[in-house]
Structure formats: C-alpha cells, structure tokens
Design a protein around this ligand. Structure first.
Ligand code: SAH
Length: 212
C-alpha cells in the first residue's frame, strides 16, 4: 500500500509541485493498521489504495488522500487538530500518530461510537470523538493548529476558519454534491481572513448539514 501511495504522491508532485510524503506521515501510514478500521466483509481489501464502504452510505477514505491531507497540514508533534467526519476513524488515527491531540466530530452516532471504541482498542489516548454537526466545528476546544474536513462542503464553512489559529491550515474538499470537487488548502491570515488554493480534484461523500 505504501508504495502505491508514494507513486501517487509522485504524480501529484509532477502536477502541482507539492513535496513528497514526509517521514512522519510515512511512518504513521506504515503503523496504522487499516484492517482494524474496516468492516469484516472488506478485510481482503483493507490495504488496497482505495476508499471502501463502512456502512450508513459512508466510506473509509483512500490511503493516499489520508496521507496527503495529513501532510498538507504541515503537522507538528505539539499540534491540536480538529477533524470533521470521523467515519471509520482512519484519518483520526493517522493524525494521532503525528500530532499531539485530535478532536474529531461525526454526525452519524453509530459510526462515531464504533470509531471511538476501535480507536480506544488500538491504544489512541489522544483522540476525542464527539457526535454532532461538524459545520459548526468544535468551538470549546478551539483554536486549532489544523483542521481536516473529510466530507465535501459546497463552500468553506466560516465557523471552521474562525476556529483556526492565525497561520494555521485547513484541508477541505470543496464542491457541490455531484459536481467536481477540489481538495483545498486554506491558510488563515493574521488579519482573520484566509488564503486558499486548489490542490487536486477529489471525490468525497457530501458534508451533510446537521439537524438543528
Ligand atoms: N475520515 C473518515 C472518512 C469519513 S467519510 C475516515 O478516515 O474513515 C465522511 C464522514 O463525514 C462520514 O462518516 C459522514 O457521516 C460524516 N459527516 C457528513 N456530514 C457531517 C457533518 N456535518 N458533521 C460531521 N460529520 C459529518
């Protein structure tokens, strides 16, 4: 799986000038046991470099995208990071290997609770799962050194930008459901505004507006 992920990085590098996989993220990708996060019927494909169904019409993300999203944050060991869209817990586990603390929000209770107990079993003590609507972020734990959104939003949610520290980064797939989406890298400026750039075209499940 790692070799395939690195080959995809090489393509991305040619197209965008992005760096290759950092040693920290590479080590995390090698360490997190993806088979522990996918359903029994998907075990045989656990180390394939593609998304897989996890129930409730949701997917565990493609390893390449998980690595790239982590790398784009420029993660540091003392960072506090928010993830929106816990899903299987895979992205959260990879982030937990490279930063100090991960807060992750999932809208679907069954998925969030299952991910929480798997992450516990896998020994992650620096990940906290909350059930709720990630559009609003997790303001009680803000500000964050980085935010990763793993479902596609039609536009960048202002609450998430607000919860970033100045200079901090957010990786988010942006695009309406059924339309082309781009993985965007958002950098918060000191004046509270932000700069954004398109990294690569992607296909994510939609970020669902939560029930109020
Ligand atoms: N990060 C996951 C991939 C998750 S797929 C992994 O590594 O496996 C996207 C997830 O976002 C789904 O589980 C979906 O239920 C969740 N989601 C969709 N809209 C949401 C919202 N508004 N708030 C929180 N989670 C949301």
């Amino acid at each position: 799986m790692l070799a395939e992920v690195e080959a995809m990085y090489a393509d991305t590098q040619r197209e965008t000038g992005l760096r290759g996989m950092s040693p920290a993220v590479r080590a995390a990708m090698g360490k997190v046991e993806r088979h522990r996060l996918v359903p029994r019927e998907q075990q045989a494909a656990a180390y394939a470099n593609r998304p897989l169904p996890i129930g409730n019409d949701q997917t565990i993300s493609q390893p390449y995208i998980v690595a790239l999203s982590a790398d784009l944050l420029a993660p540091q060991a003392d960072h506090v990071v928010l993830e929106v869209g816990t899903g299987s817990g895979y992205q959260a586990a990879v982030l937990a290997e490279v930063v100090g603390r991960v807060y992750t929000i999932e809208l679907i209770e069954a998925l969030g609770r299952a991910a929480e107990s798997r992450l516990q079993e896998m020994g992650y003590r620096n990940v906290e799962v909350r059930i709720g609507d990630g559009y609003a972020g997790w303001p009680e734990k803000a500000p964050y050194d980085g935010i990763v959104v793993t479902a596609a939003a039609p536009k960048i949610p202002p609450a998430l930008v607000e919860q970033l520290k100045p200079g901090a980064r957010m990786v988010i797939p942006v695009g309406a459901d059924g339309f082309i989406q781009y993985l965007k890298l958002v950098t918060k400026r000191a004046d509270g505004g932000y700069d954004e750039g398109e990294v690569i075209p992607v296909r994510f499940v939609p970020l669902v507006p939560g029930k109020k």
